[in-house]
Design a protein around this ligand. Structure first.
Ligand SMILES: *Cc1c(COP(=O)(O)O)cnc(C)c1O
Length: 400
């Protein structure tokens, strides 16, 4: 068998450190390595495989579209993309339009450009985007201007976009910035994902909403990680009665294929005219056909509700764990199938815990250094929750 690890290190630029596993195939909620060992996937390719792997309904939609056409370019009407755009708008902001791209960072780029178009047209001095310290919005240079996670943005040249940085949930600071300046937009993740699964408080979100209404500022939500059913509603903002002007999405929507975009409400839906923005590959007919299939399963086949029920069970079991190991488990954050467990373990113990889980056939993720991040599929079963929790109890008992 090829030594994939050595070949990887020799030929692929080293932008990520990898787990010591070579995946052979994946099915349902499991990954299988080249030794045919199976792993319960509680990471889902970083919040992408929201319906697990090789979901039969998605595979069927993929095959059907593949027989029609793989790519046609933006010179033609694209039925699967049009259908998906209509459904996304109808299930979210009601009045608006979609711009499609392939990745999350491109969704952020589109957001920056449409905000710029909006302010340029008004020409009334509105300028700049308010973001959160420790935010993550992508790694292209434009998206990187909004990303405030330390270590990710400082070493690159910056484009001239005015950025205001606020501590998450600091309502007072948010108000002050809006009063002392004339910002165009507030752009936040409802739950900071890469930052450590840190939810914004309802008070902070409602303050952002009322400042936006009062001062005609654009409320923009990065739902690239929180969206597509992960937190229990199609998008996280829908649980808070917010009226965003812009919603960024990616990750889960393509059912495993690259697909992202922005949902632009009435203020922004006509900000782009032909020539203002675009990309060759998006909207991909294959990705958008899968996007439609994802919505079929989540909404029509009620997988979002079923997933929510299992997520509630997982949360209650995690609280049992926390009560049993109060000295190790400090806090559990997040919502639905987006969970951050803050422990008292240091970086190397946390990495050992992840390794021990892997040995037991369970894949978990670590983010922000020491936060255990769970991004399970909505197809997770209660049986699988029990298996995971039993292992968790065993491993923490050993560490105590
Ligand atoms: C992953 C992520 C992005 C970037 O998406 P890519 O597809 O990796 O470019 C942006 N914002 C949030 C909240 C994310 O989680």
């Amino acid at each position: 068998m090829a030594d994939w690890a050595s070949l990887d290190h020799e030929y692929i630029m080293s932008t990520y450190s990898r787990l010591p596993i070579v995946i052979d195939h994946a099915k349902g909620n499991y990954l299988y390595d080249t030794n045919q060992k199976r792993y319960l996937d509680l990471f889902t390719g970083l919040a992408v495989n929201i319906l697990g792997h090789s979901h039969p309904y998605l595979m069927n939609a993929l095959a059907t579209q593949a027989e029609r056409f793989l790519h046609i370019s933006n010179f033609f009407y694209n039925p699967p993309a049009i259908q998906l755009a209509k459904r996304l708008i109808q299930h979210t902001i009601g009045d608006g339009k979609v711009y499609f791209c392939s990745t999350g960072a491109e969704a952020t780029e589109a957001a920056i450009k449409s905000i710029h178009k909006w302010t340029a047209k008004r020409n009334d001095g509105k300028d700049g985007i308010i973001v959160l310290r420790n935010s993550f919005h992508g790694r292209t240079l434009g998206a990187l201007r909004l990303t405030r996670q330390s270590g990710i943005y400082q070493d690159f040249p910056t484009l001239p976009i005015t950025i205001y940085e606020v501590e998450m949930n600091d309502t007072k600071a948010l108000k002050e910035i809006c009063e002392q300046n004339n910002p165009a937009a507030i752009l936040v993740e409802p739950i900071l994902g890469a930052g450590g699964i840190l939810p914004l408080t309802e008070e902070f979100l409602q303050t952002a909403q009322s400042l936006c209404l009062e001062k005609d500022i654009l409320l923009c939500l990065d739902e690239i990680q929180t969206g597509v059913g992960r937190t229990g509603s199609l998008f996280a903002y829908q649980a808070y009665d917010l009226k965003p002007d812009l919603v960024l999405f990616a990750k889960g929507i393509g059912g495993g294929l690259p697909l992202g975009g922005i949902l632009a409400g009435s203020k922004l839906k006509d900000s782009f005219q032909p020539g203002d923005h675009g990309t060759t590959f998006s909207p991909s007919p294959l990705s958008t056909a899968l996007g439609n299939a994802v919505l079929d399963v989540l909404i029509d086949q009620k997988q979002m509700e079923k997933g929510k029920e299992v997520a509630d069970f997982l949360w209650s079991e995690l609280q049992v764990l926390q009560r049993k190991f109060p000295a190790l488990v400090e806090q559990i954050n997040g919502r639905g199938m987006m969970i951050g467990i803050i422990t008292t373990l240091d970086k190397s113990s946390i990495q050992n815990l992840q390794k021990a889980f892997l040995e037991k056939g369970i894949l978990i993720n670590i983010t922000a250094g020491t936060v255990i991040r769970l991004l399970p599929p909505l197809t997770l079963t209660k049986e699988e929750v029990k298996i995971f929790m039993n292992t968790f109890h065993q491993l923490l008992t050993k560490m105590e």
